[in-house]
Write a protein that binds this ligand. Structure first.
Ligand code: COA
Length: 151
């Protein structure tokens, strides 16, 4: 992205700090507490009020990989989706070649539900997609101590 598009996004979709209606999404920067550096972002898209469904995503700077930061941030955004927004189902879509991302979804307890062959034209070739998801009762079962204070 060039500077102008970033400025446009900073004053529109990236500025949102609440999510209340379907179609809205949050993009949250993840800051490393020790240095205050922004090291990545996590997203939550409110897909449908009727089906109480949403989708999450994550992108982190490679210099900060391998510490569990993405897992911690993605877990926090699942908490937001299930416990604050009251979603029933949260899904994610992952390029099948993206092993770190698949492992991250597995650490979050997300189930593999689909394998879509050649459904996206990405960087000059067809890519396969893995669909993962988590339901609200599975999320609660992951937190026998209660979800209210999980982070
Ligand atoms: C996907 C992505 C966020 C994963 O990053 P990551 O560094 O593997 O994830 P985390 O920060 O959660 O770190 C987990 C890794 O650190 C290790 N780790 C070390 N300390 C840890 C801790 N306290 N807690 C959890 N994991 C820890 C884990 O074992 C894991 O390593 P492994 O996958 O080799 O087993 C990153 O690769 C990325 O941003 N890629 C580019 C963007 C992208 O592909 N986005 C997804 C599109 S679908």
């Amino acid at each position: 992205m060039d500077r102008a598009s970033i400025e446009r996004k900073l004053s529109s979709e990236w500025i949102r700090s609440t999510i209340t209606a379907p179609g809205e999404g949050l993009i949250l920067g993840v800051e490393l507490r020790e240095t205050s550096h922004v090291i990545g972002d996590v997203t939550l898209q409110f897909a449908s009020a009727e089906h109480r469904s949403g989708e999450i995503g994550w992108i982190f700077h490679p210099d900060y990989s391998g510490h569990g930061y993405a897992t911690e941030a993605a877990h926090a955004i699942l908490h937001l989706g299930f416990d604050q927004l009251g979603l029933h189902r949260i899904s994610a879509r992952i390029d099948s070649r993206n092993d770190p991302s698949v492992r991250l979804a597995e650490r979050l307890g997300m189930r593999r539900e689909a394998y879509l062959r050649q459904n996206e034209w990405f960087k000059g070739e067809w890519s396969d997609e893995i669909g993962v998801a988590l339901l609200d009762d599975e999320w609660v079962a992951q937190h026998p101590e209660g979800v209210a204070n999980c982070s």
